[in-house]
Design a protein around this ligand. Structure first.
Ligand SMILES: NC(=O)c1ccc[n+]([C@@H]2O[C@H](COP(=O)([O-])OP(=O)(O)OC[C@H]3O[C@@H](n4cnc5c(N)ncnc54)[C@H](OP(=O)(O)O)[C@@H]3O)[C@@H](O)[C@H]2O)c1
Length: 348
């Protein structure tokens, strides 16, 4: 397993990390059992994965609980745990309570990484709460970051980060604030961060944790056609909004170019003797600015396939071919990386 320096922090994260959103079970990913979580976390640790990513919002805290139980027999100091606070909870007075609650659910007394899950503003907050008083008076970013610094001083948090912050939002972070990481969507079908935000993270020496490495299962052999993708996973701007009652972007989407791109990626995978999932993982980690690519997996077999994928590398020629094959889709989808919203409602 390769380990990469995470920005200006003291952390070296495994190049693939464990996405723990599905742990504890919920609407988005369906049911999940604690014995499966135990097996998959143990297998990940034994394969050298050292970063485990969760959030207070994942399955109403059940992801943190399930992860905490699975880490306990391994040993807290053997792994890095990152969790995220929802933007509606970022008032300084609330932030510490929410951090404490995450610590309690995880059964630990510190987080390695504590991130603000989405930018803090009314439209973003609306996705986390219906409380109009919060929506109309959102917490201030600088107050939230100052409160997170206090948690660092108290030893409850080792490093702080943000998630889904565009270049413009990153520029609002006061100088001298110790934000070491930005967690962002990145895969062969979602390349928007390359256009603006990723170069800025590189320039600032910030670590980047990639999520949706497998495009929530679409970059695997699980679905032959896009029509088979379930409602929760077809809410992105790749799909026509009319195809899912859960969709919010309201646009006609880009199903034809997405399907065409997927077909050509399958061809490359076959020529390389790789599964589509392995090809997709290797392409993400071929980018040197990606510190750690998150993959969610609930079975040991899938986890092992992902570990094997992370152990190999694509040739420069193949990377170049994949870049060219997917550039058209990237360019028609535009440079905003909120894949769930229209450009006007972009939360990033
Ligand atoms: N910061 C944010 O806003 C944000 C947003 C989304 C996700 N995340 C993080 O990123 C993590 C990854 O989740 P994601 O949503 O990005 O999804 P993902 O990792 O792109 O895809 C997960 C899906 O791929 C399947 N899968 C995994 N390995 C596979 C393999 N080798 N072959 C076939 N299928 C495979 C999983 O199946 P099973 O689960 O059935 O095993 C699951 O259905 C999350 O857990 C979370 O930690 C962060």
């Amino acid at each position: 397993m390769e380990y990469r320096q995470c920005g200006k922090s003291e952390f070296k994260f495994s190049v693939i990390g464990m996405g723990c959103w599905a742990f504890g079970g919920g609407d988005y990913w369906g049911p999940d059992s604690q014995p499966d979580t135990h097996s998959v976390v143990r297998a990940a640790f034994e394969a050298g994965i050292n970063y485990f990513d969760t959030a207070e919002a994942y399955n109403e805290g059940r992801s943190e609980i399930a992860l905490g139980k699975a880490i306990a027999p391994i040993g807290r100091d053997q792994v890095y745990i990152g969790s995220k606070i929802s933007p509606c909870h970022c008032y300084p007075a609330m932030l510490e309570q929410h951090c404490e609650a995450s610590l309690k659910r995880l059964g630990t007394d510190y987080l390695d990484l504590y991130m603000i899950h989405w930018p803090i503003h009314a439209h973003s907050i609306r996705h986390f709460t219906q409380d109009e008083s919060v929506i109309n008076h959102p917490p201030l970013l600088e107050d939230a970051l100052a409160a997170m610094e206090l948690l660092r001083a108290k030893g409850k948090v080792r490093q702080t980060g943000v998630s889904n912050f565009s270049r413009q939002r990153l520029m609002e972070i006061p100088a001298g604030t110790g934000v070491v990481v930005n967690e962002l969507p990145y895969n062969l079908l979602c390349r928007a961060i390359e256009l603006d935000t990723l170069p800025y993270c590189i320039q600032q020496g910030m670590g980047v944790i990639g999520y949706m490495t497998l495009m929530q299962g679409i970059l695997t052999n699980r679905f032959k056609e896009l029509q088979e993708v379930p409602a929760w996973q077809r809410r992105t701007r790749h799909f026509n909004a009319s195809g899912s009652t859960l969709s919010r972007h309201g646009e006609t989407g880009h199903e034809q170019p997405t399907q065409k791109t997927l077909d050509s990626l399958r061809l490359v995978a076959a020529q390389e003797g790789l599964s589509l999932a392995a090809l997709a993982t290797r392409w993400v980690i071929s980018h040197p600015a990606i510190t750690c690519a998150l993959i969610g997996a609930r079975s040991v077999n899938k986890l092992r396939e992902n570990v094997l994928a992370a152990e190999g590398r694509l040739s420069p020629l193949t990377i170049d071919r994949l870049n060219r094959l997917t550039a058209g889709l990237r360019d028609i989808m535009g440079n905003h990386f909120d894949y769930y919203e229209s450009k006007e409602n972009d939360r990033t």
